[in-house]
Design a protein around this ligand. Structure first.
Ligand SMILES: Nc1ncnc2c1ncn2[C@@H]1O[C@H](COP(=O)(O)OP(=O)(O)OP(=O)(O)O)[C@@H](O)[C@H]1O
Ligand SMILES: [Mg+2]
Length: 268
């Protein structure tokens, strides 16, 4: 262990985290994340927003254990993250389903690679298929499903491994606007049933505010946390909260920070 952590009750803690990419051929360095200090509570829904290239995916991949910090550390339930593990599951932008597998077999894939196929995990897979609204589609193939339904399969697959942390990287960005809003509402319903600590990346500010307990705003070059916004809008949340004055105030606030950051980066 590179560092001794003071015991705390946070689900996830990032301490002075830096990530630098080094190009193998040229040796050129890109500092993707600099000095990220964040604490996340058990059961929180966190959204991360920020301009393109500010290190959101890098942060999620580091939490997933796919990227090693260049310095600093990450702690999951007071244990240092040193690689991937069964306690974390990712949902990516594209559903990445196997076309030759049925919905059930795609959902079981996560537990299959963890060698945890059993009557119990099959039962659980069915429960999550029901929860994401795909009851009756167990034996369908991905090409028979809409984009939103495919993303539900992806979500059910992640939930079936029963991770203690759910990592979602722009999971709805490939969906049309209406399906996307519907999926946001569905995700909140599923989250309220499972209470899984979730880290959700999005480019859409309204999506972040609608879903999150707190929104982390990342700034660019190098990626760092520029603001943390508490969303004090009561739950359960209906989609019409997007017209509520507090919601619009938070939209304006986050938008102005991101605009400033994007301008700094030269994305005017
Ligand atoms: N494998 C890599 N090798 C070198 N540089 C990388 C690598 N992956 C990302 N980067 C760089 O690190 C920075 C952060 O990238 P990252 O993908 O984390 O940003 P992001 O916030 O997720 O962007 P987007 O919103 O476009 O998805 C960028 O400057 C990017 O070019
Ligand atoms: Mg990204």
């Amino acid at each position: 262990m590179s560092e001794v952590q003071v015991q705390n009750n946070y689900k996830l803690s990032s301490k002075n985290l830096d990530v630098t990419y080094v190009n193998n051929k040229t040796g050129a360095e890109v500092t993707a994340l600099q000095n990220i200090n964040l604490d996340i509570e058990e059961g929180e829904f966190i959204c991360i927003v920020g301009p393109s290239g500010c290190g959101k995916t890098t942060f999620l991949n580091t939490v997933a254990g796919l990227i090693k910090p260049s310095s600093g550390s990450l702690w999951l339930e007071n244990k240092q993250v040193e690689g991937p593990g069964q306690d974390r599951a990712m949902v990516f932008q594209t559903p990445s389903l196997f076309p030759w597998r049925t919905v059930m077999d795609n959902v079981m894939y996560g537990v299959e690679i963890q060698k945890r196929v059993s009557a119990e995990t099959k039962k659980r897979a069915q429960e999550y298929i029901n929860m994401v609204g795909l009851k009756g589609f167990e034996h369908h193939y991905p090409h028979e499903l809409s984009g939103g339904m495919q993303q539900r399969v992806n979500l059910a697959r992640a939930l079936t491994v029963e991770p203690s942390l759910l990592l979602l990287d722009e999971p709805f960005s490939a969906l049309d606007a209406q399906t996307r809003e519907f999926m946001q509402k569905e995700l909140l319903r599923i989250w309220s049933e499972t209470k899984k600590t979730s880290l959700f990346i999005t480019h859409q500010i309204d999506e972040a505010i609608y879903l999150a307990d707190r929104v982390f705003v990342f700034g660019a070059r190098p990626g760092r946390v520029v603001d943390i916004i508490d969303v004090n809008i009561p739950r359960p949340r209906d989609l019409d909260i997007k017209r509520n004055p507090e919601f619009l105030r938070l939209m304006d606030h986050i938008w102005s920070i991101i605009e400033k950051e994007s301008t700094k980066q030269g994305f005017e």
